[in-house]
Design a protein around this ligand. Structure first.
Ligand SMILES: [Zn+2]
Ligand SMILES: [Zn+2]
Length: 574
């Protein structure tokens, strides 16, 4: 499947970047994921050829009202779509693959996409759903394959993480080897195929690594991250003692944990229903590819479960982040068509909120408790969730196994990168050989050196519903005003000929809450009337009138209330 040498030979006389030939160095450009959490994407260039590692999304912060997703700005790639040889995926989490559909649409050409088997299996339905499958040549690889992609020699190294088939990626180039950890932890008690192989890492280190790019998101945590096994033990205890139904939520991609939950249900004579689109789909893919083993007769529909006593029921659902449309949120709101909380229910939230989701998660917990559920979540039951990322001691151990000449912290915010630099200093890589990069920075590597050298176009693109990059600052500002200060509508009627005010202004407000709001509005309307009456008679220019009304009203409201509601002037000509 991977005899690509021939085709690569033919492609070798493709345009070679003259600078690259002269310098004999490669370039590494983070398009996202450094100094921030999310939208992980790293571009590798050598002799005018390119490889992209991951293309992830970031979930928008509160300030970006109504924006669905934030993706990397791929302008630099779009300028020469033909140079991109392949996309390599470390694993199927959204912060690593979520931007793929948008990237493929933007490239407008077919690209080879490599990943371990389940990674490819999980992204395929997503690409199909976005209608971009025709742009993707999906290629499943195993941990023992070696790929020759132009000047790059690539291998995938399976690592432990919270979705099976996560990988680190080793890329050999003519000027040095780079090691990308992806998201990982060591978890030496994990089953074979999901366990980080420390001996293999040491062997890779023996061959010499120029630059290690390391996940650093948990560098603030001392010690090592607990293994996934502790979750199974905690869950076993909960299910054993629960006298009613058990409703559990976790990340829909955490197939390992879902497998454990199903086994535990089976152990205590419970049948399991899976509710929630993403979870159902992931489990279907995982079962098809034999990553999930369902004891016969364990799965059932909600309807079938209704006929069983509560003690024989487990329900697995989406909603671990309190997403408003998820099954768990709807159960919490009493708004799900098939599921309601019944007394004696135990709800297990096997996740911690991703930063930014704390409020929606705690609201969901409150609402579930209001309806009488016993809700268990971390830290109330600390072991009911463990992270998929390496803590401090594991990060240090990785540095000692690989012994890279240079190291670059990725997948973390600035303070984490600083902590990583300190840690690396204690683990054999001195501070001057730790590379700090911003999104869009160009990092030159080669000749035993790694240096920052210039920048390319990069940053964030906001995805709003079906449009990409269509949300500009004005829309965001409007949404901010609407959310914070509400809206004031001001209607006037003017004479078509003279422009004289015939009726109004009439003001209506929504979401505008201020002490004595109605008197503020009345007084502001009076000001608008005076301003319009002062206006000399003449032809009506609607745009001008609207602008005038907006200015006067905004000023009047702001001076009294310090609020800036959105103002919608409505001018009717009579
Ligand atoms: Zn991940
Ligand atoms: Zn990640």
């Amino acid at each position: 499947m991977f005899s690509r040498r021939e085709t690569d030979g033919i492609a070798a006389h493709r345009t070679v970047h003259p600078m690259a030939r002269r310098r004999r160095s490669g370039r590494l450009i983070p398009l996202g994921g450094v100094g921030e959490i999310g939208k992980n994407s790293l571009l590798l260039e050598y002799a005018g050829r390119r490889l992209l590692i991951d293309a992830g999304v970031m979930f928008p912060e509160e300030e970006l009202h109504g924006v669905d997703l934030v993706i990397p700005d791929f302008t630099h790639l779009y300028q020469h779509p033909e140079r991109l040889d392949a996309i390599l995926l470390t694993h199927a989490h959204e912060d690593h693959v979520g931007a793929l559909p948008y990237l493929l649409k933007g490239l407008g050409r077919r690209v080879r996409i490599y990943g371990l088997r389940l990674t490819i299996g999980l992204i395929e339905p997503k690409l199909r759903e976005h209608g971009v499958l025709r742009f993707a040549e999906l290629i499943s690889v195993s941990g023992s394959d070696r790929l020759n992609l132009g000047p790059f020699h690539v291998s995938f190294v399976p690592v432990s993480h919270s979705v099976p088939d996560s990988a680190a990626i080793v890329v050999g180039t003519p000027v040095g080897t780079l090691f990308f950890t992806g998201d990982f932890k060591f978890d030496q008690t994990a089953p074979d195929q999901t366990r980080t192989d420390l001996n293999r890492l040491r062997a890779i280190g023996d061959e010499g690594i120029l630059l290690l790019l390391s996940d650093c998101v948990r560098v603030e945590r001392p010690g090592i991250t607990p293994p996934e096994r502790v979750v199974a033990e905690a869950l076993d205890g909960i299910v054993r003692q629960a006298s009613g139904r058990v409703i559990m939520t976790t990340f829909a991609s955490n197939v390992i944990r879902l497998q454990q939950a199903i086994e535990i249900a089976c152990r205590y004579g419970r049948k399991v229903a899976v509710v929630g689109r993403s979870m159902e789909e992931n489990l279907r893919v995982a079962a098809d590819l034999h990553y999930l083993h369902l004891p016969p007769g364990t799965l059932a529909t909600i309807e079938e479960l209704k006929r069983l006593p509560p003690k024989e029921v487990m329900i697995l659902t989406t909603g671990s982040q309190g997403e408003p449309t998820s099954v768990l949120s709807r159960i919490a709101m009493g708004d799900h068509p098939m599921l309601r909380v019944i007394p004696g229910d135990t709800v297990v939230i096997s996740a911690t909120p991703i930063p930014g989701n704390e409020e929606t998660v705690t609201r969901t917990i409150d609402n579930l408790m209001r309806r009488g559920a016993n809700v268990l979540y971390p830290p109330i039951v600390p072991d009911i969730h463990v992270s998929g990322h390496a803590s401090r001691d594991e990060l240090a151990a990785l540095l000692r196994l690989l012994r890279p000449r240079y190291a670059m912290p990725v997948h973390g915010e600035f303070r984490m990168m600083v902590h990583y630099r300190n840690l690396a200093g204690e683990s054999g890589v001195p501070a001057e050989r730790i590379v700090f990069a911003d999104v869009g920075d160009v990092i030159d590597f080669g000749d035993e050196r790694v240096v920052r050298n210039g920048r390319v176009a990069a940053g964030s693109v906001l995805v709003d519903g079906l449009t990409v990059g269509g949300v500009n600052q004005i829309v965001l500002r409007d949404r901010r005003h609407l959310a914070a200060d509400g809206v004031v509508i001001c209607a006037v009627a003017v004479d078509r000929e003279t422009g004289r005010l015939v009726s109004g202004p009439e003001t209506t407000a929504r979401g505008f809450i201020a002490p004595s709001a109605s008197s503020v509005l009345e007084e502001s309307a009076a000001r608008v009337r005076r301003a319009l009456e002062r206006r000399p008679e003449g032809e009506v220019e609607i745009g001008y009138l609207k602008g005038k009304i907006k200015d006067v009203l905004a000023h009047a409201i702001y001076t009294r209330t310090r609020l800036r509601p959105m103002i919608l002037p409505v001018v009717t000509e009579i």
